[in-house]
Design a protein around this ligand. Structure first.
Ligand code: HEM
Length: 191
């Protein structure tokens, strides 16, 4: 797994345990079939990730309340910040489809949560932007991040592929990610 701006072994404190992850996978009905479907989705998406990111960035850019999170406090979009995050976002698609759900993967999920929250937003890129991404938007974006993937899978699927199974697995994987990323937002041990 490629990790950007992050050193392993440094942040494990506060990360979710393998046991908690297992129960969360049970909660989202994530099983071996989903793992296989995600792997296949990763193969189909691999050379389309730039086009997929164009769609996602187009969506964020078209919504002022979302673009704000990539902008200065005065409201000017920060091109350098958008570009740098785009590279990490593309890598996340690959990592999500290929995830082994081990300790390094878990620690990085913790880090991505921190990078959306007050704990660490802006720090990786030294951006002069908003202090945090509202958690409600993180949850809401599960929908566009999921539904926009279908045409990319359909465009490449062969007769042996089950696009619905891949879509289901992708949805579960994104919900799982956001559930993990919510941890730095949740106070008082209620996560
Ligand atoms: C399902 C929802 C979402 C997914 C899957 C997602 C995914 C990601 C990923 C993979 C990264 C890069 C992480 C890294 O550093 O390696 C990232 C960063 C970022 N995302 Fe999201 N995101 C989601 C929701 C949102 C929303 C709603 C916003 C609001 C505009 C947002 C704004 C940002 C910002 C500003 C960064 C850069 C954070 C920093 O390092 O300063 N994200 N996101």
């Amino acid at each position: 797994m490629h990790i950007h701006g992050y050193t392993f072994g440094q942040v494990a404190s506060g990360a979710v345990s393998a046991d908690e992850l297992g129960r969360l996978c049970d909660s989202v009905l994530f099983g071996d079939d989903d793992r296989a479907a995600l792997r296949r989705a990763g193969e189909l998406l691999d050379d389309q990730i730039d086009a997929l990111l164009d769609v996602w960035y187009g969506f964020v850019g078209s919504q002022p309340h979302l673009l704000k999170q990539f902008s200065t406090p005065a409201g000017a979009p920060i091109g350098d910040y958008l570009d740098k995050v785009r590279g990490r976002f593309g890598q996340w698609v690959r990592d999500t489809c290929a995830a082994d759900y081990g300790d390094d993967w878990l620690a990085y999920q913790h880090e991505i949560g921190r990078r959306h929250a007050r704990a660490a937003k802006n720090t990786t890129d030294g951006a002069d932007s908003t202090a945090y991404v509202p958690m409600r938007d993180l949850i809401a974006l599960i929908v566009p991040i999921t539904v926009t993937v279908r045409p990319f899978l359909e465009g490449r699927a062969t007769a042996d592929d089950d696009v619905d199974a891949m879509m289901g697995a992708w949805l579960k994987a994104v919900v799982l990610s956001v559930a993990l990323w919510s941890q730095p937002y949740v106070a008082d041990g209620q996560w």
